[in-house]
Structure formats: structure tokens, C-alpha cells
Write a protein that binds this ligand. Structure first.
Ligand SMILES: Cc1cc2nc3c(=O)[nH]c(=O)nc-3n(C[C@H](O)[C@H](O)[C@H](O)COP(=O)(O)OP(=O)(O)OC[C@H]3O[C@@H](n4cnc5c(N)ncnc54)[C@H](O)[C@@H]3O)c2cc1C
Length: 508
């Protein structure tokens, strides 16, 4: 690649959290032949957010791109495999008190069409089975505490994510980045120097030095030191759509058997995560400060964990929910919490970090030194990022709107919240109107971040169906799929997967 806009440039990354080090590593690998210099400035005194312990399958492709095997990073970060997320207690509809959101796998093509088909009939009032858990191999693997890695004779790879210690992942990526030539500067940025054209010129550090660069990547966390404070890019709050703005995290001892799923349990004023690592369980309660104090939240979480009398420390965090208007502005790219955050219910933040870096790398690789080409890429990039943010937001909002919990003013306010997007309305109305969920998304050209099967799982998983049901004769079209066959197929497939703990013991 010759004379792209990135060749011979100095990239300065502000922030050494997961976002900063993911950026540094990916850029170092992707631009290793472009004579690019990368410096990362971070202040140990400020520290990182230090949570964020669940991923989507995208993280596997991040490690593949930087050439790091699971055997290298997973044990170093006490990591485990994640088949998906189980949602407990979000719905009180009978038979739908719990459901599992799997990651997509090719093998679903053999069992999931039955769910799509049955759910259509159920929405037309036929009493037919369509709880999503029965139709996905990943749900079975999670239920059986199995790893998602099949024996070598099984030809279908399964989609999976990871659980990991966020601080250790940061350290691992930091060591790796430095070993690959990233210059690591431990100092606080006190001030930002500007060019006349509005670009960032340099950072003045508390060690008395100044660092200049061509491109600045803002990975400074919720503060958004460069993108928000310096460049004054406006922040679009999602507070009207999503009420949660605080979290409290408390670790608990490792539990057996070692699970291969995240559990999200509905609480009085939000929800609690439960993430199994090899050396501990990560727990946290995400709640709204408008409805619950930090003390109340901590007590409710400790009670859930049976840790009321324990001295183990709780960490309290504040969250700023929303996004910046532009993720790439002037010569600054915002990555991670500085560009925005949607509460962690579906653990999408690092996925987004990765997409932002990959999108920027693509845009720069396709730009030349001409300003107009670069600006064109910038506009497209920002539109795409904003659509992504809105797509994830809608899916998270759907959890709250579809939940039937009504035991506190928090849940009542959520289910009555009128602030939902036209796109989300279209999906829910189409579902209630017994339309095909795939067609709703395709025909309405909804730039949804989540694929149709995810929407199907959430809508069917919460039991969003008509109450009045009638039985259809056994030979009617509604009974096209033999569910005993589906059960048998999934059970037999699951025999090709090992117990999660045994798999980790054997391979790592
Ligand atoms: C409660 C909670 C749960 C979460 N759960 C998940 C999850 O399950 N999955 C997921 O993918 N994500 C999750 N996230 C998000 C995830 O934690 C973040 O996306 C990820 O950690 C990246 O954070 P960051 O690097 O952007 O910011 P931070 O970790 O806050 O890092 C900011 C960095 O900037 C540096 N810095 C700031 N100002 C200056 C300055 N002036 N000078 C020098 N350095 C500076 C700091 O020292 C630090 O190194 C969660 C977040 C929260 C709050």
C-alpha cells in the first residue's frame, strides 16, 4: 500500500484502558509496513474503569488479527468461554421467566427455522412451542456447562465470546503493544495544543514534556478529554431511553460447575451481571440513581450474593449513557467510553471499540493525502457509527419495554417510557402483527445492529404472544416441525462438546 493518508504518520493515543491498548495493537499490526509511529499516553494516577468482562464473538477476530492464540491470552486473563447470555427474571409471563440469547452459529440452520415458523403460528394464536432455548445448540451447551469448542470430528464451528479479567486483559495488551514497538508514556495530559485549522497539535504532559502527533486517538474514558472537552463535539444523551447510570461491582468466589454463559438477573432497580472467570465470579448491579441509592444497590447485590457480612470491597461506578455526535472529528478519533457507552446488558462495548478501529483503519487505507477524500470518509464513518449506536440502543431498550416486571416504580416507568425509536416501534408492531421478523427488518431497511434471530429470541424469549391460544390439530400446517426431532438433534450435537472446566484444564 503506497501513499495512503496514514503513511509516515505519528499516532498519539490518549488513554491506556482496554480501548487504548486495543487501538494500539490493531494499528501496530495493520500499519506495520506504513512507517507509522504509535505512542500511548496514560496516567496511572487516573486509572482505568477496570470492568467490562464479557465479550461478543468479535473479540476472537481481534486476537486473530493481531496473531494471538487463545492459549496465550486466555489463561493470562483467567478467561472462560461464553456461549451467550441468560436473562433471568425479566419476564413474569408463565413459561418465559428465563431465556437464553445465543451467538449465531451455522448449525442453527438445522434447528432455528422451526422457531421462526412456530413463532409465526403462535402469534396467530396457535398453542405451539416456541421458547427459544429449545432451538439453539448454544443454549444446550450453556445449560450443560460445556465449552463451545467441538471435538475435531464435528464440522460445525459454534459462535462464542469470552469472559475475562478486564485489568489483566489491559496488562496483556499493554505488554504486547510495547513488545511490538508502541511507545508507552506514563504521564497525565494537562493541556492540549491546537493548530490554526482546529486540528490537535500536541499534548502537554505533567512530566514537563510535550508530545506532538498527526492523528490523536481519544481513549480517555468517560471524560472524553480530546473529543468532548477539547474539540467540543456535542454529546447526545440516551438518558431518556435508558435510565441506568450507575453500577456497583463485587467479586465472589469461583463457583462449580464452571458455567459457560453470562447470567443477567433482573433486580429491583436494574439488573445484575454474573460472569464466571477461572479464579472468581465477576458480579455487578447496573441501576438508575433516580430510583436507588448506591448504598441500597450495594445491599441488594450483597444480599443476592450472600455477601452481606463479607468484607470484600464493592466498587461504585458512574456511567454516562449516550454517544458523541461525531466519533472522528478533525484529526481526532474517539474510541471506547470517550465516544459513548450503552449500558453493558449485552456486553457490546468492546465489540464497538473493535469496529471503530477497524472502520477507521479501512477509511485511512482508502484515503489519499487529499483532504476532500478524507472528509468524505469521515462523514460516512460517523454516520455508520451513529447508526450502530442507535441500533444497539434500540435492542437494549427492547429489554426494558418487553419486560413484564412491575414490582417497583423503576420497572413501571420503564414499561411506560414513551421514548422509543420509530425503528423499534416498527419491529414490535410487525411482530405483534404476525409479520416475518426477517422481512420486517429487511423491508423497512432498518439498519439494525442485531440480526433477525436476536430479535426473535428477545421477543419470543419474553413471551410476547397473544394470551388467547387455540390448539391446532396434530396434522395441521402449524405442526410442520417435529420438535422431538429438534430435541434429539440438539442433544446429539451436544455430545461433541466437553465439560467447560475439563476443556480448560486439558487445553490451557
Ligand atoms: C459497569 C460497566 C460494565 C461494563 N461491562 C462491559 C462488558 O461486559 N463488556 C464490554 O465489552 N464492555 C463493558 N463495559 C465497557 C468497558 O469497560 C469499556 O468499554 C472498556 O473498558 C474501555 O474503556 P476505555 O479504555 O474507553 O476507558 P478507561 O478504562 O476509563 O480508560 C481511560 C484511560 O484514559 C486515561 N486518561 C484519562 N484522562 C487522562 C489524562 N488527562 N492523561 C492521561 N491519561 C488519561 C486513564 O488513565 C485510562 O488509562 C462496561 C463498562 C461499565 C462502566
Amino acid at each position: 500500500m503506497n501513499s495512503t493518508a496514514i503513511a509516515n504518520k505519528h499516532i498519539v493515543i490518549l488513554g491506556g484502558g482496554t480501548a487504548g491498548w486495543m487501538t494500539a495493537n490493531l494499528m501496530a499490526v495493520k500499519w506495520k509496513n506504513q512507517n507509522v509511529q504509535i505512542s500511548l499516553v496514560e496516567s496511572p494516577a487516573i486509572g482505568t474503569v477496570g470492568v467490562g468482562e464479557g465479550s461478543t464473538p468479535q473479540l476472537k477476530s481481534f486476537f486473530d488479527q493481531i496473531g494471538i492464540d487463545e492459549k496465550e491470552w486466555m489463561p493470562a486473563c483467567h478467561a472462560t468461554y461464553k456461549n451467550g447470555i441468560r436473562f433471568n427474571g425479566w419476564s413474569s409471563r408463565e413459561g418465559f421467566e428465563s431465556y437464553f440469547h445465543p451467538f449465531a452459529s451455522r448449525i442453527d440452520a438445522f434447528s432455528a427455522p422451526a422457531l421462526f415458523y412456530n413463532s409465526m403460528h403462535r402469534r396467530k394464536g396457535v398453542n405451539i412451542e416456541c421458547h427459544p432455548d429449545r432451538f439453539y445448540l448454544s443454549a444446550k451447551l450453556a445449560q450443560q456447562h460445556k465449552s463451545p469448542i467441538p471435538d475435531h470430528n464435528f464440522p460445525f464451528p459454534i459462535g462464542y465470546g469470552y469472559h475475562f479479567d478486564a485489568n489483566l486483559l489491559g496488562q496483556f495488551l499493554s505488554n504486547l503493544g510495547v513488545s511490538r514497538g508502541v511507545k508507552h508514556i506514563q504521564a497525565k495530559a494537562l493541556d492540549v495544543g491546537m493548530h490554526a485549522n482546529g486540528d490537535i497539535a500536541n499534548l502537554h504532559l505533567d512530566n514537563g514534556k510535550t508530545i506532538s502527533g498527526d492523528i490523536f486517538v481519544d481513549c480517555s474514558g468517560f471524560e472524553g478529554v480530546l473529543i468532548q472537552q477539547t474539540l467540543k463535539v456535542p454529546f447526545v444523551s440516551f438518558k431518556e431511553n435508558l435510565f441506568n447510570d450507575c453500577a456497583v461491582a463485587i467479586p465472589s468466589p469461583v463457583s462449580q460447575p464452571l458455567r459457560s454463559e453470562t447470567i443477567s438477573t433482573a433486580m429491583k432497580y436494574g439488573w445484575a451481571w454474573d460472569i464466571p472467570l477461572t479464579n472468581r465470579v465477576g458480579n455487578g448491579y447496573v441501576y438508575s440513581a433516580d430510583y436507588c441509592s448506591p448504598e441500597q444497590a450495594e445491599i441488594e447485590l450483597r444480599t443476592k450474593l450472600n455477601l452481606l457480612d463479607s468484607e470484600v470491597e464493592a466498587r461504585h461506578l458512574k456511567m454516562k449513557i449516550g454517544r458523541v455526535e461525531k466519533h472522528w472529528h478533525q484529526n481526532c478519533l474517539a474510541v471506547g467510553l470517550s465516544q459513548g457507552f450503552i449500558e453493558p446488558l449485552e456486553a457490546t462495548a468492546l465489540h464497538f471499540v473493535q469496529e471503530t478501529i477497524e472502520g477507521f483503519i479501512d477509511a485511512m487505507n482508502n484515503s489519499n493525502e487529499s483532504d476532500s477524500v478524507c472528509i468524505q470518509h469521515q462523514v460516512t464513518f460517523n454516520q455508520k457509527m451513529n447508526q450502530r449506536f442507535e441500533g444497539i440502543r434500540d435492542y437494549i431498550v427492547a429489554h426494558y419495554r418487553l419486560s413484564s416486571k412491575d414490582d417497583t416504580d423503576y420497572w413501571l416507568a420503564n414499561s411506560a417510557n414513551p421514548n422509543i425509536s420509530d425503528q423499534l416501534k416498527r419491529i414490535v408492531n410487525g411482530w405483534m402483527g404476525a409479520e416475518d421478523i426477517t422481512q420486517i427488518i429487511q423491508q423497512a431497511k432498518i439498519p439494525s445492529y442485531y440480526p433477525p434471530f436476536s430479535w426473535l429470541c428477545i421477543l419470543a424469549g419474553y413471551g410476547i404472544f397473544p394470551k388467547q391460544l387455540s390448539d391446532a390439530p396434530k396434522d395441521s400446517a402449524a405442526h410442520k416441525y417435529d420438535l422431538n426431532y429438534v430435541d434429539d438433534f440438539i442433544q446429539r450435537c451436544s455430545l461433541n462438546f466437553q465439560d467447560h472446566q475439563s476443556f480448560l484444564d486439558l487445553h490451557f
